[in-house]
Each structure stands twice: as structure tokens, then as C-alpha cells.
Design a protein around this ligand. Structure first.
Ligand code: B1M
Length: 213
């Protein structure tokens, strides 16, 4: 579909305003948010990723593409969210210490919100103490979600999971982990309650963990 390809091209070029206009046009033309997300926005990052790895594009290009992608996903947010009602529960999300990647985390947040779960987002590069004190201060929380995108920040992910448990909060909140280098095996090894490989399954696992409590 031409407009989907145009969205992907505009994201790759980091043309934020064009992405916003094209995403809006695609919605107006009746494409679903999932079609736009998968075929346009995420497809662009699948092209940027290998180029970044092969030194065909560099950090500034990736950053403007990420900014354009985030602008597009922000427009899709209300469409990805299901109709209201009572919230199913409350979750906290953040990218672990030392890790600045937030595109995947933002998508996970949106999809979890789409399940009717309220989500507080602490952003990126979040120190473990910040996660722990937030959970301590918010007794209404059901779930804590940690995102890690670098193999070098896997130890920070482990530390975050352990800190929640060592603070005696493991019985009160469930812990969901994910991000490109994270596997089910690693999630089990560090004692997380749940793992998901992508944003859609993260939302399903989040809902399961909350309703099973
Ligand atoms: Co970075 N980066 N980056 N980067 N970057 C990767 C991750 C990398 C794979 C690129 C590569 O070399 N091929 C590589 C990591 C290698 C590794 O550790 N195995 C890498 C590197 C090395 C780096 C730097 C070290 C580069 C440098 O400076 N030399 C540096 C580190 C900075 C830091 O964090 N301290 C760096 C910097 C950056 C930018 C700042 C330029 C930018 C981030 C911008 C931003 O996020 N605002 C960036 C980007 C954009 C990427 C790539 C190109 C794209 C990541 C992305 O957004 N993907 C990436 C290559 C790639 O993935 N193709 C790369 C789209 C996103 C939707 O997918 O984030 O995987 P993803 O999220 C998915 C799943 O992982 C999952 O669901 C999401 C949606 O389906 N998921 C969860 C994520 N969190 C979850 C949580 C869950 C469950 C599922 O539960 C809680």
C-alpha cells in the first residue's frame, strides 16, 4: 500500500511532520492503527536497524528517525487503546539504568494501556532506587515492567528485578521483563514473573499477571 510505504520512508528520513500528516491521512482513509504501526512505523525501524549496525546510518539519523516514529505512534495511541471502563489494574514501566532506548518501551506501554491498565512511565535510564521507591510509595501498583535493549544493560535488568524482591515487594507486585536481548530463559533465571518478546504479547502477559493476582 503506497501510503504505508510513504510512512516508512518518512520515518527513515526522520521527517516528523510528514510522518504525522501521513499517519493522520492513513487513519482518515480507514487503515487500522495496527496496519500503520506494523507496515509503516515498525517496518521503518526494521530497515534502520541493520543500516545502523552496518554503519550505513549513524546515531543522529537514528535519533531523528526515532523521534519521527514516536510522533507517529503518539497519534495512534488512542486507536490502539480499547474502549474505557474501570481500569484492570496499575502498572509501572521504565527502561533500566544505562539504557536510553525507549521506542519499544513506549509501544509496550501503549499496548498495555490498550488492555485497560493504567501505566506510569518513569522513562529511560532509570536507577534501580527510583523503581523501588516508586513501588514502595504506590501501594495500588499491580505490575512493574522493565525494558532493556542492550546486552550491556542485562545486568541492570537483573539488578532491578532483584532489588524489588530484596525490598520485600515481590509479593505485592508482579514483574514483567522484555527487550530485544531478553529471553524467556533469562527472565526465568533472574526471577521475573513474566516475559514477552513484543508489545502485543507484553499486553497479554500483563493482563494475565494482573488478573491472576
Ligand atoms: Co541502539 N542499539 N544503541 N540506539 N538501537 C540497538 C538496540 C542495536 C541492536 C543496534 C545494532 O547494533 N544492531 C545495538 C544493541 C546491541 C546489543 O547490545 N545487543 C544498539 C547499540 C549498540 C546502541 C549504542 C551502544 C550505540 C553507540 O552509541 N555506539 C547506543 C547505546 C545508548 C544507550 O542506551 N546507553 C545506542 C543508541 C541508540 C539511539 C539513541 C541512537 C537510538 C534510540 C532512540 C530511542 O529509543 N529513543 C537507537 C536505536 C533506535 C536502535 C535501533 C536501531 C532500534 C531500536 C528500536 O527502537 N527498535 C536498534 C536496532 C534494532 O533493534 N533493529 C538499536 C524498534 C522497537 C519497536 O523495538 O526496542 O526491540 P524494540 O522493542 C520491542 C521488543 O524488544 C519488545 O517489544 C517492543 C515492541 O514490539 N520490548 C518489550 C521492548 N521492551 C519490552 C518490555 C517488555 C516486553 C517487551 O516487558 C516489560
Amino acid at each position: 500500500m503506497a501510503i504505508i510505504d510513504d510512512i516508512s520512508t518518512a520515518v527513515q528520513a526522520g521527517k516528523k511532520k510528514d510522518v504525522e500528516a501521513l499517519v493522520q491521512q492513513a487513519l482518515d482513509e480507514g487503515l487500522t492503527a495496527q496496519q500503520i504501526l506494523g507496515g509503516g512505523l515498525l517496518a521503518a525501524m526494521d530497515i534502520i536497524g541493520p543500516k545502523f549496525k552496518n554503519n550505513e546510518v549513524f546515531v543522529p539519523e537514528v535519533l531523528v528517525a526515532a523521534r519521527a516514529m514516536n510522533a507517529g505512534t503518539a497519534l495512534l495511541k488512542p486507536y490502539l487503546a480499547e474502549e474505557g471502563g474501570e481500569p484492570l489494574g496499575k502498572a509501572l514501566i521504565g527502561t533500566v539504568k544505562g539504557d536510553m532506548h525507549d521506542i519499544g518501551k513506549n509501544l509496550v506501554r501503549m499496548m498495555i494501556e490498550g488492555k485497560g491498565i493504567e501505566v506510569e512511565d518513569l522513562g529511560v535510564d532509570v536507577p534501580v532506587e527510583t523503581f523501588v521507591s516508586y513501588v514502595q510509595e504506590h501501594e495500588e501498583l499491580d505490575l512493574v515492567c522493565f525494558s532493556a535493549l542492550l546486552t550491556t544493560t542485562l545486568p541492570a535488568l537483573k539488578e532491578a528485578v532483584m532489588a524489588i524482591k530484596e525490598a520485600g515487594l515481590g509479593d505485592r507486585v508482579k514483574i514483567l521483563v522484555g527487550g530485544a536481548p531478553v529471553t524467556q530463559e533469562y527472565a526465568d533465571e533472574i526471577g521475573a514473573d513474566g516475559y514477552a518478546p513484543d508489545a502485543g504479547s507484553a499486553a497479554a502477559v500483563a493482563a494475565e499477571l494482573i488478573t491472576a493476582q
